[in-house]
Design a binder for this molecule. Structure first.
Ligand SMILES: Nc1ncnc2c1ncn2[C@@H]1O[C@H](COP(=O)(O)OP(=O)(O)OP(=O)(O)O)[C@@H](O)[C@H]1O
Ligand SMILES: [Mg+2]
Length: 286
């Protein structure tokens, strides 16, 4: 099934948008970057079809269809309670859908995998609140993030290989924390802690990064850097970014999905969804 074919399941505005998405991915050479032996069909990294989640009869997600391309940077917007965080919970295995399909690549059925298996398969998630080890240095936080199954102290005592050190240096550079490598993480600004946590995710080299309201509470300069960072990560990774800050969304997104009452209301470029009457009515026009 190709991206275009899967669009048959979708509402009309989405159909057109998805055709564009497939074409533009080809145009900028994405869709070829899937790594680590993950099978991706026609450049689709994540496939969600007919996903529903019920909480005591209330449908937080309702027949949701969503496709994320390899290397794509997708923004998810929508009013409070639309189901954005629940969507991330489903992808990471925290919440099981009551119906629907969720595939990572062509072969991994996310609905049958544990949270740990999903993380190990290459899906990294950043929650809204930074969760770094405050008492450890920035470097040590990154060092820990690349280890999976050892205790904290065993990991810190173990010798790092040259390759591992290089990787940490590279990530420090990416998140602009090289000068603060030896600084205690608890002393960083809120924004820097957020960058450190993104760095910790990057140590695992995930193919899909889920970021829930990443710029909430950031300064303008930090928000600007986050936009640059995400744009530089796209292509190598796929990113799904939930954000209410429209200025930020406008600065990064080439493709936006609007959620409303647990379903996809519209999809397309930010300009396209901003012109959509229903989107204006339920979200932007408030
Ligand atoms: N564990 C749960 N039990 C019951 N209801 C829940 C649960 N988790 C979420 N909900 C409900 O599901 C709906 C979707 O919530 P969700 O957190 O996914 O929205 P959201 O789009 O992330 O909103 P926001 O923009 O405010 O973060 C809400 O009405 C919420 O109250
Ligand atoms: Mg939320």
């Amino acid at each position: 099934m190709s991206v275009t074919a899967t669009a048959d399941f979708m509402l009309e505005p989405i159909l057109d948008a998805n055709k564009d998405a497939g074409a533009s991915r080809d145009a900028i050479g994405l869709g070829h970057a899937a790594g680590k032996g993950l099978n991706t069909r026609h450049g689709t990294l994540l496939t969600l079809e007919d996903i529903s989640v019920s909480f005591d009869g209330f449908k937080a997600l309702n027949d949701l269809n969503l496709y994320i391309g390899v290397g794509e940077l997708r923004c998810i917007i929508g009013p409070n309670g639309a189901g954005k965080t629940t969507l991330m919970d489903v992808i990471t295995g925290k919440t099981r859908p009551t119906q629907g399909k969720a595939w990572f690549g062509e072969t991994l059925d996310l609905t049958r995998m544990s949270e740990v298996q999903i993380a190990q398969a290459g899906i990294g998630r950043k929650f809204q609140k930074p969760t770094v080890f405050e008492a450890l240095s920035v470097f040590e936080n990154l060092e820990l993030a690349q280890k999976t199954d050892k205790s904290v102290w065993a990991s810190l005592r173990a010798r790092l290989s040259g390759e591992q050190k290089d990787r940490i240096a590279q990530v420090l550079e990416t998140i602009r924390l090289s000068p603060s490598a030896q600084r205690q993480a608890g002393l960083l600004s809120h924004g820097q802690k957020q960058f450190l946590e993104i760095g910790m995710l990057l140590m695992q080299d995930p193919q899909l990064l889920l970021l829930d309201e990443p710029v909430a509470g950031m300064t303008d300069a930090e928000t600007e850097f986050t936009a640059e960072l995400f744009k530089s990560l796209a292509g190598k990774h796929s990113l799904m970014v939930v954000e209410h800050d429209m200025g930020f969304v406008g600065s990064i997104a080439d493709h936006v999905t609007v959620l409303h009452q647990g379903s996809v209301l519209a999809e397309g470029s930010l300009e396209q969804v901003q012109e959509n009457e229903r989107v204006i009515e339920v979200y932007l026009g408030r």
